[in-house]
Design a protein around this ligand. Structure first.
Ligand code: NCD
Length: 294
C-alpha cells in the first residue's frame, strides 16, 4: 500500500490513521517511545526544501524504533544527471521498508511508487497533494475540537499552488466539514466556487491560512506584503467575524505580516499552529505503522 493522495485512502484507513494518531500523540507527550518498527528502514528523499515534514518523518520513524536515512538530493548524483528512474532503482536495491518522497513535479511520488517494492509516502508533490499534512490537520482539529463533522472550514490564500489546500479540501469533505476556499482572484480556482476572504471567514469555525508560494509565482502579487495582509490576510479584525471560538491553522512556514498577523499566529487560545506540528509526528507514526508495520 502507498500513500500518494487522499483519494487513495479508504474510509477505514483514514479512521485508523486518526485513531492511532491520537494514541501516538498521547505516547509522545509522555515521551514514551515504541519498538513497533524495530529493524525497519525509512528512506527520505526530498527534492524540495522542508523543515517540518522532513523532521517529523524522521522523528516518527525513530519514536517507533525504525532507522531513517535522509537522502540529500542537493549533494547526490541526481546533480550529475542521473534520471529519476535510475535513482528509484538504485534506492530500491538497498531494500528500504518505506520511502518518503517530496518532489517539485506533480505525480512524481506516484511514479516512484510504480518502481519501488516498498510502500511510498507522498510528502508533497508540486501543487498537487500533501496527504499527511491534511491528516495531521484533521488530527489537530479532532484533538482541539473533538470533532470535524458539521464545521465550516475556511481555507484562504494561494489555493491554486497549494497542495496542502488540495489534500485538505478532499479530506475535510470526506470527514463531513463544509469547506470554503478563498483568496486573491489570481490564486483561486477559476470554476466560480471560491469566495472572497471576508465571505469565507464570516462565521467559520476554522480558518486555515496558506503561505503565499513565491517560488511558484511569477510576480503576480507585486511585492507589497502589507497590502496582501490588508486585503487577504488574517488580522484580528477579520478573525472577529468568524465563529466566537474559531481556531486558526497554518501549515507553516508562515510569512508573518503577509498572510497572517503576529497577534493571530501567536494567540495561545486560538492558534493551533504548534499543535499541528505535534500532531504531525503522531500522524506520521500512524502512517508508518499502517504501511510498514507487521
Ligand atoms: C507546506 C508544503 O511544503 O507543502 N509546508 C508543509 O509541509 N508544512 C506548505 C508550504 O510550503 O507553504
Amino acid at each position: 500500500m502507498d500513500l500518494i493522495s487522499i483519494d487513495s485512502l479508504s474510509d477505514d484507513a483514514i479512521a485508523a490513521i486518526l485513531d492511532r494518531g491520537e494514541h501516538w500523540f498521547r505516547e509522545n507527550r509522555e515521551r514514551r517511545p515504541s519498538e513497533l518498527l524495530n529493524g525497519k528502514l525509512l528512506f527520505s528523499l526530498f527534492y524540495e526544501n522542508s523543515t517540518r515534514t522532513a523532521m517529523s518523518f524522521a522523528t516518527a520513524a525513530r519514536r517507533l524504533g525504525a532507522a531513517d536515512v535522509f537522502f540529500p538530493v542537493e549533494q547526490s548524483s541526481i546533480k550529475k544527471g542521473e534520471t529519476f528512474e535510475d535513482t528509484a532503482r538504485t534506492l530500491n536495491a538497498m531494500r528500504p521498508d518505506v520511502l518518503v518522497v517530496r518532489h517539485r513535479e506533480n505525480g512524481a511520488p506516484a511514479q516512484m511508487a510504480e518502481m519501488m517494492d516498498c510502500p511510498v509516502i507522498n510528502a508533497g508533490d508540486g501543487t498537487n497533494e500533501h496527504p499527511t499534512q491534511a491528516l495531521l490537520d484533521a488530527l489537530a482539529l479532532r484533538l482541539k475540537l473533538s470533532r470535524i463533522e458539521g464545521f465550516k472550514v475556511a481555507i484562504c490564500g494561494d489555493i491554486r499552488h497549494s497542495r496542502v489546500a488540495h489534500s485538505n479540501a478532499k479530506l475535510l469533505l470526506r470527514l463531513g466539514a463544509e469547506v470554503r476556499l478563498a483568496g486573491p482572484p489570481s490564486l483561486i480556482p477559476e470554476d466560480g466556487t471560491a469566495l472572497s476572504v471576508d465571505e469565507a471567514i464570516a462565521g467559520a469555525d476554522v480558518v486555515m491560512m496558506l503561505r503565499v508560494q513565491r517560488e511558484r509565482l511569477e510576480d503576480e502579487l507585486g511585492d507589497a506584503p502589507g497590502e496582501y495582509l490588508r486585503y487577504y490576510g488574517l488580522t484580528p479584525q477579520r478573525l472577529a467575524s468568524a465563529a466566537p471560538n474559531a481556531v486558526v491553522m497554518h501549515p507553516g512556514p508562515m510569512n508573518r505580516g503577509v498572510e497572517i498577523a503576529d497577534a493571530v499566529a501567536d494567540d495561545p487560545e486560538r492558534s493551533l499552529i504548534l499543535l499541528q506540528v505535534e500532531a504531525g509526528v503522531a500522524v506520521r507514526m500512524a502512517c508508518l505503522e499502517l504501511l510498514a508495520g507487521a
